[in-house]
Write a protein that binds this ligand. Structure first.
Ligand code: 3NM
Length: 211
C-alpha cells in the first residue's frame, strides 16, 4: 500500500469548518490516503462520516482507511482498516474483509514491525516521530533513528506518524519511511490545501532523491 501523504481525521481541529471542506482541501493539496479516526464518535456518527469520506475519496481516486472499526469499514466499503496493537488482530480483520482490502498495523518498535510483516500486514504505521498532543497514550518517541532501524528489518511500506510537521518530513523520508501520516499539520492548518501541498512536495522530492 504505497502512499505519500496520509491524512488522519481529527474533528477537534476542524475549527468550525466542515469535514467535507477540510478533506477536499487536503486531497487537493496532495493527500492520497485518508484515515477516518474519531475515537469519541458513536457507531452512527462514524458511519455518517465514513459515507461522506467514501464519496469524496472515491471521486478523487484516493484511498479511505477506517481506524479500528472493521464493521464501519465494511459498511462504507472503505479500502481497508488500520489496527492498533490492542485492536482486533490482523487475521480477524482478514476474515471479515473482502480479499484485496488493506490492513495496516500501528507499530512502535522493530519487534512489532517484524510481527506485523510476518502476519501479512499491507503497511505499518510507525510512531511517534515526536511527542504529540493529538494522541495522549503514545509510546516513547521512535523518531527518524527508529525508522532507520525498522527499515533494516522490514520490507513493508512504513508510514511514519506522530508530531510530524513539514520541517520534519525530509529527515523522516531520508530515514527510510515511504510516507508520512499527519493529523494537525494538515487538518489544523489555516490553509489546509497549502499545508498538504507543502508536505506532499517534500515527500515527492525526497522519494525522488532516494537511490
Ligand atoms: N498515532 P499529529 S501518533 C493517531 O504514534 C496517532 O502511533 C500515533 O497526530 C502513533 O499528526 C498519532 O497531530 C497522532 O501529531 C498524530
Amino acid at each position: 500500500m504505497d502512499s505519500r501523504l496520509y491524512v488522519v481525521t481529527g474533528d477537534a481541529f476542524l475549527k468550525g469548518r466542515t469535514l467535507e471542506s477540510v478533506i477536499r482541501a487536503a486531497i487537493k493539496g496532495g493527500a492520497d490516503c485518508i484515515q477516518l479516526r474519531e475515537k469519541d464518535y458513536t457507531g452512527r456518527q462514524l458511519l455518517e462520516a465514513g459515507l461522506l469520506l467514501r464519496r469524496i475519496t472515491a471521486e478523487a481516486g484516493v484511498r479511505l482507511i477506517v481506524n479500528d472499526r472493521i464493521d464501519v469499514a465494511r459498511a462504507v466499503d472503505a479500502d481497508g482498516v488500520h489496527l492498533g496493537q490492542s485492536d482486533l488482530p490482523l487475521q480477524a480483520a482478514r476474515e471479515m474483509l473482502a480479499p484485496g482490502k488493506i490492513v495496516g498495523i500501528s507499530t512502535h518498535n522493530v519487534q512489532e514491525a517484524v510481527e506485523a510483516e510476518r502476519m501479512g500486514a499491507d503497511y505499518i504505521g510507525l510512531g511517534p516521530m515526536k511527542p504529540t498532543a493529538t494522541k495522549l497514550d503514545t509510546e516513547p518517541v521512535v523518531g527518524p533513528a527508529g525508522v532507520q532501524e525498522v527499515r533494516r528489518h522490514v520490507r513493508l511500506p512504513i508510514v511514519a506518524i506522530g508530531g510530524i510537521k513539514a520541517e520534519d518530513v525530509a529527515e523522516i523520508i531520508q530515514s527510510g519511511a515511504n510516507s508520512v501520516a499527519v493529523v494537525t499539520a494538515v487538518i489544523a492548518a489555516d490553509d489546509v490545501e497549502a499545508a498538504a501541498k507543502r508536505i506532499r512536495s517534500i515527500v515527492d522530492l525526497e522519494r525522488g532523491a532516494r537511490v
